[in-house]
Design a protein around this ligand. Structure first.
Ligand SMILES: [Zn+2]
Length: 175
């Protein structure tokens, strides 16, 4: 781990002392994220605040940002995704406590003295923030630009069928 961030954190003690973590984690070290997207660039910017609310809730809030490339589901070319997660985690002791959280918070299960890989927490947040379907903007997507020139009325029906039909239509237009 680099840039002053600890590799292992104890979230409970950080909450008790109102800790803050600010720094960057190389995306290259996130194997699950790398397996999910086409490419990663640089690092994840991390800004996390640990606190205890007036109702004794242990909270982790802040921002995580990163740039990754995923496969555009329309043209199958890489599309840049700027991920920006609002972190809103609450430490909970068990699944029952997790089920009672207010909807905007996500549970982070913990036990006394349990330690966490900061990287895992950050990587989980980034994975959750990935769009279900990655797409270029219409103006820059290769398939979309191509179809606008030929027949715009079929745009939707081709998108929803299999991606190879889009590819074959692209091929034909080139010939
Ligand atoms: Zn595209």
């Amino acid at each position: 781990m680099s840039n002053g961030l600890p590799q292992i954190i104890d979230p409970l003690s950080l909450c008790k002392r109102g800790g803050e973590l600010v720094g960057e984690i190389p995306l290259d070290s996130m194997e699950r994220l790398k397996a999910t997207v086409v490419n990663v660039v640089g690092g994840a910017s991390v800004e996390l605040k640990f606190s205890i609310s007036g109702r004794a809730e242990k909270l982790i809030t802040g921002q995580i940002g990163a740039v990754v490339f995923a496969e555009c589901q329309r043209c199958l070319q890489p599309v840049e995704l700027k991920l920006n997660c609002n972190v809103n985690l609450q430490l909970v002791k068990d699944e029952a406590a997790a089920a009672e959280l207010v909807s905007e918070r996500e549970p982070l299960l913990f036990q006394i003295d349990s330690e966490y890989q900061l990287l895992e927490i950050v990587e989980d947040e980034l994975l959750l923030s990935l769009p279900i379907v990655a797409l270029h903007d219409k103006e820059v997507c290769q398939i979309s630009a191509n179809k606008l020139e030929s027949s715009s009325e079929q745009t939707d029906s081709i998108d929803k069928s299999n991606p190879f039909s889009s590819l074959s239509s692209l091929k034909k237009t080139k010939e």
